[in-house]
Unconditional design. Structure first.
Ligand code: IMP
Length: 184
């Protein structure tokens, strides 16, 4: 393996599996929201940056209902592989979500602190409904309980990179989801 991929271990979920699951999620989300949304009141898909940008880009193309895309930048203080629970909003939404159906799109629910914070934020902004879609869930590390309405995969307690997820800002561009192993 070349130096550019130092730290990247084995493939956990390859691109074919990711693509198939994203299509299934797109179908389930479309069915769930079809009767609630309309062109004048679309589903507001909030991509939580940076980790969900690739997943969200694929997911919205698998939806066949009216949608509006928003981006919300967050940073959780702490080192690169653990969350401290203090969530800072680095880029806010560009439009109000008041009286809208909001679907938060996350890369991974790890401790759950980020998702719990964002769900509460959307509620306090008076969204009509707030749903959560996460590509991954790592229940072994849960600190706060979070209800994931649409989940891609449950994974073991492993640090993963690729398909938008990073280790110290690297490897987001890998098309497959890989396990990060510091000494490889
Ligand atoms: P939380 O611990 O659930 O608040 O997750 C905070 C954020 O940590 C996630 O949105 C990810 O961006 C990041 N994160 C958690 N686990 C991993 C991982 O295995 N790989 C890459 N990023 C992760």
């Amino acid at each position: 393996m070349g130096e550019a991929l130092n730290g990247v271990g084995y493939v956990l979920l390859d691109r074919t599996k990711l693509e198939k699951r994203v299509r299934e999620l797109g179908w389930a989300i479309s069915e769930h929201y079809r009767s609630r949304v309309s062109p004048s009141s679309p589903l507001v898909v909030v991509s939580v940056l940076k980790g969900s940008f690739i997943f969200a880009a694929d997911l919205v193309r698998a939806l066949d209902i009216p949608v509006r895309i928003e981006f919300l930048g967050v940073r959780s203080y702490g080192d690169s592989t653990t969350s401290s629970g203090v969530v800072q909003v680095t880029q806010d939404l560009s439009h109000s979500v008041e009286e809208q159906d909001v679907l938060l799109v996350e890369d991974i629910v790890d401790t759950g602190l980020t998702s719990a914070f964002l769900l509460e934020q959307m509620q306090s902004r008076r969204a009509r409904t707030v749903g959560l879609c996460s590509l991954l869930n790592k229940p072994a590390r849960a600190v706060v309980p979070v209800q994931i309405d649409f989940l891609g995969f449950t994974i073991e307690d492993l640090f993963v990179v690729g398909y938008g997820l990073d280790a110290a800002q690297r490897f987001r561009n890998l098309p497959d989801l890989c396990v990060f192993q510091e000494d490889t």
